[in-house]
Design a binder for this molecule. Structure first.
Ligand code: ATR
Length: 264
């Protein structure tokens, strides 16, 4: 039986095993998908297990999407551009690192019918997933991307690679059409970003990369004020869908049943 893993720290919130094991069963594949909490010093070892075929594929989540890169032999164009890896596998005796977050985000936005052409998007956070979101937004022809991060230096680091973005200091709120929470604030139900919602108004799109809990305080507050809200569930589904297709060479179905699986 082939073994697949999602690695991260923390990892208990991950719904990847539920989704992948559902598709594995539906497609009669002899495999199992598990989650594993790791520390950074264990990354090299887990990749060696892939090399030795003890594992057949790895998904990577926070906080290892960048720190895993030195242990990988070859990056896909997307992984290289985002400098972020979330899907790993072995091909022709080489460990390959790919990024399915970029297209995951794009498919999720397009799937909901949002047209971001010529829109201004404001991103909160500068962590591992942000470069992928920036690349996807650029592909969707947004006119302006503004990034704000508590630690401004990290936003400046991102600007070094994506010179077209603007940086806004933490706490300030620029004019925008869509705001994306790409921080980890909200993963614990009680946590909340201190946003001056009253200054934002209504009729904007509020997107939270977090999908568990399904509605963070960020989304709950935004909805109360008459904004459209979207959590990271479909981005999660699409990134998983692509990882699954690469690993098993089977395109699994995304249907009601699949999506319901992830309802919390
Ligand atoms: P990493 O930074 O290792 O890639 P991440 O989970 O992808 O990890 O990123 C966490 C993001 O959430 C960062 O942008 C972080 O801001 P800092 O760079 O200032 O740490 C942000 N974040 C986490 N806790 C936060 C908090 N309490 N308030 C504001 N931003 C927070």
């Amino acid at each position: 039986m082939k073994k697949y893993l999602v690695i991260g720290n923390p990892i208990q919130h991950s719904l990847s095993p539920k989704l992948h094991n559902h598709w594995i069963k539906k497609n009669n594949i002899n495999a199992i998908y598990e989650k594993k909490q790791l520390n950074e010093f264990e990354l090299e070892k887990i990749i060696s297990e892939l090399r030795e075929d003890k594992i057949s594929g790895i998904n990577v989540t926070v906080p290892f999407k960048v720190s895993i890169i030195p242990f990988i032999d070859k990056l896909s164009v997307e992984a290289k551009e985002a400098h972020s890896v979330n899907t790993i596998y072995k091909e022709n005796n080489k460990i390959l690192g790919h990024n399915t977050d970029i297209s995951g985000f794009e498919l999720a936005i397009r799937g909901k019918g949002y047209n971001l052409k010529n829109k201004t998007v404001f991103i909160l956070g500068a962590g591992g997933v942000v470069p992928s979101i920036i690349i996807a937004l650029k592909k969707m022809n947004v006119s302006k991307i503004i990034v704000s991060n508590r630690t401004e230096k990290k936003a400046e680091e991102i600007k070094k690679k994506f010179s077209y973005i603007k940086i806004c200091s933490w706490g300030r709120i620029p004019d925008f059409d869509m705001i994306i929470n790409a921080t980890s604030v909200g993963l614990n139900n009680a946590d909340e970003l201190e946003l001056k919602f009253e200054k934002i108004g209504s009729n904007k799109i509020f997107y939270d990369v977090i999908y568990n809990p399904s509605q963070t305080k960020f989304l709950i507050n935004a909805k109360k004020l008459g904004n459209q809200i979207e959590n990271g569930k479909m981005m999660f589904v699409y990134q998983a869908h692509q990882a699954f297709t690469i690993w098993h060479k089977v395109m699994p179905r995304i249907d009601e049943e699949t999506i319901k699986l992830l309802d919390l």
